[in-house]
Design a protein around this ligand. Structure first.
Ligand code: PXL
Length: 290
């Protein structure tokens, strides 16, 4: 009932966007590079992600989710974490809630990235009822990792554009934990001053609030939320506290963004996380041992 040779095992439930690094093409290499066995459940196969490419293909794999989960149940697999990201429909959300109830053990850390919106806008592919369904999935998580737009949608609040004060971010994180009944929330894309960007974490039991920030890179890239989430998951599974895992994830993500910015990469293509993989284990070790 455990990973091979004592190795930790994470189940990543995301789509495969074949081109444009995000979701599983980011989660699998990053979590594996951290020395963690990564089981994948692809929820859909797209020619590209949906952020800025015209005419992408979309092969829906909803019908495979329950049979895959049922098969795994017969194998008695143990997952140290289940990490969910982009989900394409209300039906997929319900199936993933059921999958978690089937496959999560008492000690499985459930991390939900409620991918659905950014910059004040729900992604065009989702209907207005999508955030409520995502809130139901968030309620079965141990940690949720929304951006400020997703946080507002989960809470049914109007979105206000940044900048936010530290007090506002703390209140938002605390409200997510209280209203969704989730033990911990990490808010991504948090900036208190123009030159710095990062994430804030809040743990309801101890009311611990921490911020991790790095010098900002003046460009937005696709897939950075998945880079952040993957490092966060890896660091948590390796024993880091939420605040320290957040630090590692911010540092790794900003370094990936900086390399892509310096290379002049098309921001739809995703960021250069690959060049950071060789140093990932050491980065995670450094936040686990401090
Ligand atoms: O990075 C999140 C993501 C994952 N998968 C698909 C997406 C997005 C964000 O837009 O479109 C298909």
């Amino acid at each position: 009932m455990s990973g091979s040779k004592g190795m930790k095992r994470v189940l990543a439930v995301h789509d495969v966007s074949c081109f444009g690094k995000c979701s599983l093409t980011v989660a699998l290499p990053i979590i594996s590079a951290a020395g963690i066995e990564t089981t994948v459940l692809p929820t859909a196969v797209l020619s590209t992600h949906t952020g800025g490419f015209e005419g992408f293909t979309y092969r829906d794999l909803t019908a495979d989710i329950a049979p895959i989960a049922l098969h795994w149940q017969t194998l008695d697999l143990h997952f140290d974490a289940i990490y969910t990201g982009f989900l394409g429909s209300l039906e997929q959300i319900d199936l993933v809630i059921e999958l978690i109830s089937r496959l999560a053990s008492e000690d499985t850390l459930v991390i939900v990235d409620p991918v659905m919106a950014d910059h004040g806008e729900l992604y065009g592919i989702f209907g207005a009822d999508f955030p409520q369904a995502m809130a139901r999935l968030a309620a079965v998580a141990d940690v949720i990792i929304p951006n400020a737009t997703e946080a507002a949608l989960l809470l049914g609040r109007p979105w206000t554009p940044p900048p936010y004060t530290e007090a506002q971010v703390r209140e938002l994180c605390a409200a997510l934990c209280a209203e969704l009944a989730v033990p911990a929330a990490v808010l991504t894309g948090v900036s208190f001053e123009a030159a710095r960007l990062g994430a804030a974490s809040f743990e309801a039991a101890s009311q611990t609030f921490c911020c991790a920030q790095e010098e900002i890179v003046p460009e937005m890239y696709h897939g950075t939320g998945d880079v952040f989430g993957s490092v966060l998951v890896a660091a948590l599974v390796k024993g880091a506290t939420l605040a320290r895992a957040c630090e590692a994830a911010v540092r790794f993500t900003v370094a990936s963004i900086r390399r892509s910015y310096e290379a002049g990469t098309d921001n739809r293509y995703g960021v250069d996380f690959e060049s950071g993989l060789a140093g990932l284990d050491a980065l995670i070790e450094s936040v686990c041992t401090r």
